[in-house]
Unconditional design. Structure first.
Length: 257
């Protein structure tokens, strides 16, 4: 009879779950090509123009495992690969769930899928190097150029973390698409746009800037939730304003779409 003590069984690693609001496919909106997009639930910001208030709280999502979401992405693997696309993790704010987001990106990246992270950058400090190593592209939503306007737009956030995250991405060579939502009377001031354009022009890995015209297509969601839409009386930007703002970015040598 052996005198060796019994070997304790190795515990299985905990199953990683996240609050997933929904998933869908898109073309040319959430990164290059056709994308399988995972929308996570929960966001620390309350942007006045948000078109998805149904993603604000984690409780609005269903608990899903990384295995489940990778299995879903695998179904679309050939389709998105042929169409030059990949997988995008969006929200809500995906960096509110950094462990789940990081593992999902890593697993999809290991499958050979192009990966993108759609984030405000407000929680950029939560993205560790392993998460960013598995991210081929960051879609960075820059809400404003000044701290005061950033606070007006988001209600709860600060601009500095986004700028810090952007510099970190540039320093490590991570490609970025900068997104800027143009709202008349809120984010359209020339000096506000100039600050964002100057910041973007100073980041070597910015591939393009997307100037996104404000719209009211999500207003019905506020009504369904019993909430007032903050910009119900704001009209979308007219062509002249859109051209001026796009021109401000282009004048800094940036590719604008």
């Amino acid at each position: 009879m052996s005198g060796r003590p019994p070997v304790a069984p190795v515990a299985a690693p905990p199953v990683l779950r996240g609050a997933v609001h929904s998933w869908d496919t898109s073309v040319g909106v959430d990164g290059p090509g056709t994308r399988f997009v995972v929308f996570l639930a929960g966001c620390p910001l309350r942007c006045r123009y948000c078109h998805s208030p149904d993603t604000w709280y984690g409780r609005s999502g269903r608990r899903r495992t990384v295995d489940e979401m990778v299995a879903l992405a695998t179904r679309y693997r050939r389709f998105v690969a042929v169409a030059g696309g990949g997988v995008t993790v969006s929200g809500g704010e995906p960096l509110l769930q950094p462990a789940f987001t990081g593992e999902l990106l890593r697993r999809c990246h290991a499958l050979g899928l192009h990966t993108a992270l759609d984030t405000s950058g407000f929680l950029g400090d939560r993205a560790d190097e392993a998460l960013l190593d598995a991210t081929d592209l960051v879609l960075l939503d820059v809400k404003a150029g000044s701290p005061a306007t950033y606070r007006r737009v988001t209600g709860t956030g600060r601009l500095a973390p986004t700028l810090r995250f952007a510099r970190r991405l540039a320093d490590r060579g991570t490609p970025m698409w900068i997104r800027y939502v143009l709202v008349p009377g809120l984010t359209d001031a020339p000096d506000e746009v100039a600050r964002v354009a100057d910041a973007a022009a100073g980041l070597a890995t910015v591939e393009r800037v997307e100037v996104l015209p404000f719209h009211r297509l999500g207003a019905h969601k506020y009504a369904e939730l019993g909430l007032a839409f903050p910009l119900a009386d704001t009209a979308p930007p007219d062509p002249e304003l859109l051209a001026r703002v796009r021109g401000q970015f282009a004048d800094r040598g940036l590719t604008v779409t």
